[in-house]
Design a binder for this molecule. Structure first.
Ligand code: 2RA
Length: 328
């Protein structure tokens, strides 16, 4: 496979290269693509050096797959050019997610919807991916009515500037701010811009993307929060089902779901945390317990490395599916 990685020098791009190498994705030729200022620089992939090229150059080389992590504007401008050249684009930005003509894919849930004609495929938002992966098998079994989610999101979701802000504040150094407020010793109840309804864009992504991936009839309400953590997003999720369940069955269903690791033993203080999820591809679920305040309702805690399953790993899994099913 000739594969272009667009945004190869960014935070997600770097993890993308790492994941492609680790999973031994069948790359015969890698085309790293980045903005003007990086063109000509070299990156290393599996012990070989590759020169970074610009967009048009990469389009002209007609890769079979292009994985984009370069922001919405770049995707809107360039994904169609790659698609027109016959390349299948897997896009990490929010540009195409809600486009009715594009599929929004979490491979374990809905990769079977993909066909050869899908030339631009959208990767969901990180906070959505980890939640829907855990919700999907439970929805199938018990039918979800309503989800109430609160997130605790890593600064890596914002990017390298935010990680630097946290490090600077921790070290007592004045530097550039990625957020309006300090993040060290703080919690910021705003991720992305506010929409007209008073919710943030991140919160509405969780609502809209869950509807598109799982079921538009599930009521979802979300509060998304930035915390001074690197390594993973955590989520407290309250789920009301149509039908009753048994907690040990829920644990077993999640345990048997590919891509999920259950870490749930209060006797040994075992539960998911970003320090353990960091660098791993799975979604970790724990603190699974009945909500005793109303019938058919469950609480659980979900953690995943937002740069991995929340971005790079999910995109590479889509690419793996395309290759395995001869769709590129
Ligand atoms: C964040 N969800 O964590 C975003 C990244 N796509 O800010």
């Amino acid at each position: 496979m000739k594969v272009a990685v667009v945004g190869a020098t960014g935070m997600v791009g770097e993890v993308m290269l790492k994941v492609l190498a680790e999973r031994n994705f069948p790359i015969t030729e890698l085309i790293p693509v980045a903005s003007e200022k990086s063109i000509g620089k070299e990156i290393e992939f599996k012990g070989k050096k590759y020169k970074i090229v610009g967009m048009q150059d990469a389009v002209n080389q007609q890769p079979q797959i292009a994985i984009f992590s370069a922001g919405g504007g770049t995707s809107l401008e360039w994904a169609p050019a790659f698609a027109a050249a016959g390349t299948t684009v897997i896009d990490n930005s929010s540009a195409w997610r809600m486009d009715q003509t594009k599929k929004l894919i979490v491979p374990e849930i809905n990769a079977s919807e993909l066909t050869k004609t899908d030339k631009i495929i959208a990767n969901p938002n990180c906070s959505t991916i980890q939640m829907v992966l855990a919700l999907a098998p439970l929805h199938k079994q018990y039918k979800i009515k309503r989800v109430v989610v609160s997130t605790y999101q890593s600064v890596t979701g914002t990017g390298v500037k935010a990680v630097k802000q946290l490090e600077n504040e921790y070290a007592g150094i004045q530097g550039e701010m990625a957020y309006k407020y300090p993040i060290h010793r703080n919690v910021i109840p705003q991720i992305d811009v506010f929409e007209e309804n008073g919710y943030t864009k991140e919160e509405m992504k969780m609502v809209r993307e869950t509807h598109k991936i799982l079921d538009k009839n599930i009521a979802v309400t979300s509060t998304t929060v930035r915390i001074p953590v690197v390594g993973g997003h955590s989520e407290s999720v309250n789920i009301e089902f149509e039908n009753d369940f048994n907690v040990s069955d829920v644990r077993k269903i999640l345990h048997d779901t590919p891509g999920i690791t259950v870490q749930d033993n209060i006797d040994t203080f075992t539960y998911p945390m970003p320090v353990y999820a960091e660098g791993k591809d799975d979604v970790f679920v724990g603190r699974i317990r009945r909500d005793e305040s109303q019938p058919n309702t469950l609480n659980m805690w979900i953690v995943a490395d937002n740069l991995r399953k929340g971005a790079a790993t999910n995109a590479v899994q889509i690419a793996e599916y395309l290759v395995a099913n001869n769709l590129v």
